[in-house]
Every structure is written in structure tokens, then in C-alpha cells.
Ligand binder design. Structure first.
Ligand SMILES: [Zn+2]
Length: 166
């Protein structure tokens, strides 16, 4: 998949959590800067080893299980230094964004998670390249829709409207 889905998918999920928290307690789960960080973590494996061809992806260190395992303690430390408050939740979500990238690559061409120990490719080629740009557009559209919903929820009158409608 292209960078749009990788960046936007964790952001869409984080914004869905924001919507749920706002509807429940009128407080977002994540800040705007948190969402930027999630989007960056979503593209991190491609940023660290930029590639075009599938072969390059299959031999890149950032698309392996080792990278995912190494990313967790690094993200925990960086998160503690940067975030402090709720650093664990923030770090876990950043790590989830990195992992989600590899899962998306797994269903769109494959990855070799054990490289260089093993070149075995884990591939579930379900999402063909012709769908990658439409998926970019779709995830961005879903995010824009979520933002509109979130803004509506944040106004008191709309909250009352939602409560009355139930
Ligand atoms: Zn990738």
C-alpha cells in the first residue's frame, strides 16, 4: 500500500477513539500532536528504508519482526521523555501504528519478517495495487468525516442533540 494508508490508518483509529471518548466524557483520548506522531509511526518503516520494488521491501530491516520488537523499548523511552503523562498509552499506540504498517504490507505483497535469518515471505496478496490509491483516498475521506463528527460532538448543543436522539 502507499504512504497515505500507512499514515492515515492509525490516525483514523485514534480519531475513532477520540470520538468515542468525546461522546462519553467530552474529552478527547489523544491530542493533535499525538495523531501526527501516530501518522509518522505509521510510515516509519518506509521512512527508514525507502523503497519502490517489492524485493527491496523484503530485504529491508524495518519490515522485520526484529524491527517491531526493537521499536517497542525505543518508543517507550522516547514517549516517556516527550509525553510523560499517559506515556504508556501513547507509546503502545505508536508501536501499534508501526505494527499496522507491517500488517498492511503483509496483505499487499508481503514481508519477510525473519530476514536475514530466513527469507521466507509472509504474503497474503489480497489487496492489489490498483486499489492502493483508492484506499489512500478512502482513509483520508474517513478521517475528514471523523473530524467533522468530532467537532460536532464537541459543541454542547450537538451533544444534547445526540442524547435526545437516543
Ligand atoms: Zn512498507
Amino acid at each position: 500500500m502507499f504512504i497515505g494508508v500507512h499514515a492515515m490508518l492509525p490516525v483514523v483509529i485514534a480519531t475513532a477513539a477520540d470520538i468515542a471518548c468525546t461522546a462519553k466524557s467530552q474529552k478527547r483520548a489523544f491530542s493533535v500532536s499525538d495523531r501526527w506522531a501516530f501518522g509518522f509511526c505509521g510510515i516509519l518503516p518506509d521512512v527508514l528504508t525507502p523503497h519502490i520494488g517489492l524485493h527491496s521491501r523484503l530485504t529491508s530491516f524495518s519490515h522485520t519482526l526484529w524491527f517491531v520488537l526493537a521499536a517497542l523499548p525505543v518508543l517507550l523511552i522516547l514517549s516517556y521523555l516527550w509525553h510523560r503523562r499517559n506515556f504508556m498509552r501513547f507509546a503502545i499506540f505508536c508501536w501499534f501504528a508501526v505494527t499496522l504498517h507491517l500488517l498492511c504490507d503483509m496483505i499487499s505483497g508481503g514481508i519477510a519478517p525473519l530476514y536475514p535469518l530466513s527469507a521466507k515471505v509472509f504474503s497474503f496478496y489480497r489487496i492489489l495495487p490498483k486499489f492502493w490509491i483508492p484506499l489512500d483516498v478512502l482513509t483520508i475521506s474517513v478521517f475528514m468525516t471523523e473530524l467533522v463528527l468530532l467537532r460536532k460532538l464537541e459543541t454542547k448543543s450537538d451533544l444534547l442533540y445526540v442524547v435526545r436522539k437516543r
